[in-house]
Design a protein around this ligand. Structure first.
Ligand code: NAD
Length: 264
């Protein structure tokens, strides 16, 4: 039976799909008819979500994929092409946040942020384009951040990696257009999204201690946002869904900011 939905029949790969924005996006794409490969460092976590998707009669597979590994990308794309006849949608979502003053940051720490947030997007894009050419085109969506537009003290590696993703995406959008690949490349720029990424930060415990607890910590950050709240992961997923679908057929080299007015 053929599926209906905004991305019906399309084949999608989402990185970092075990948590937060990646997980919500994979669920949305599946709900809208796509066949979704959920990938993350942790293959078991994504397997659980893929099973939940399959239980709703949508198609999903899951496997471990470390975005910093060229070999993992090669075998991951091959697996998808063998399962479903290659790729239409790539969501380069996996990322880590990191905060430390530059004088205290080791080269290893710097390189880890750049490896996941930027090398991962490069490797994913490089691997996906040949697979998308086989299906006659596709859509690549890369995750930047408001921190890739507006800097924050003590977040230089994160800011640098996310700013680089924006121009990388635009350059590849032009490259694909020049090659008549029918592959669109766009960037999503979230502000503050309620995901585990925040609590994984080394400074989060200090913030909780300072403001008197976890809910106060969330509220103290929300107070700095014009809409006075965090985005839910699905609110970012909906922008990704739009860019993944043919509804955005004339959109390439663009950015969608989803930040509750933070950058305004
Ligand atoms: P999250 O921590 O909830 O999820 C990130 C996922 O990426 C995790 O499941 C993690 O295991 C995975 N991951 C980390 N390193 C990986 C690697 N090497 N290979 C494969 N997977 C890896 O984070 P999130 O908030 O959902 O963030 C998703 C993306 O959105 C990131 O790129 C992040 O920078 C960006 N972003 C998030 C926010 C926010 O406020 N949460 C704001 C702006 C941008």
């Amino acid at each position: 039976m053929s599926k209906s939905g905004r991305v019906a029949g399309k084949i999608a790969l989402v990185t970092g799909a075990a948590s937060g924005i990646g997980k919500a996006t994979a669920q949305l794409l599946a709900k809208e008819g796509a066949k979704v490969a959920l990938t993350d460092l942790d293959g078991e976590k994504v397997a659980t979500t893929a099973k939940e998707i399959a239980d709703t009669e949508n198609e999903a597979i899951a496997f471990a994929l470390d975005v910093t590994s060229a070999a993992a990308w090669e075998s991951g794309i091959e697996k998808i092409c063998q399962t479903w006849n290659c790729l239409d949608i790539l969501v380069n979502n996996a990322g880590i946040s990191f905060a430390k003053p530059v004088t205290e940051m080791s080269l290893t720490e710097w390189r880890q942020v750049i490896a996941i947030n930027l090398d991962g997007v490069f490797l994913g894009t490089k691997s996906a384009i040949p697979a998308m050419r086989k299906t006659g085109g596709g859509s690549i969506i890369n995750l930047s951040s408001a921190s890739g537009i507006k800097a924050s003290a003590n977040a230089s590696a994160y800011c640098a990696s996310k700013a680089a993703v924006r121009l990388f995406s635009q350059a590849i959008a032009l490259e694909c257009a020049q090659n008549n690949d029918n592959i669109r490349v766009n960037t999503v720029v979230p502000g503050a999204v309620a995901t585990p990424m925040w609590k994984n930060q080394a400074w989060w415990a200090d913030l909780e201690a300072k403001v008197g607890g976890e809910s106060q910590a969330w509220e103290s950050i929300a107070a700095t946002i014009p809409l006075k709240r965090f985005a839910q992961p699905e609110e970012v997923g909906l922008a990704i869904l739009y860019l993944a679908s043919d509804e955005s057929s004339y959109v390439t080299g663009a950015e969608i900011v989803i930040d509750g007015g933070y950058l305004a």
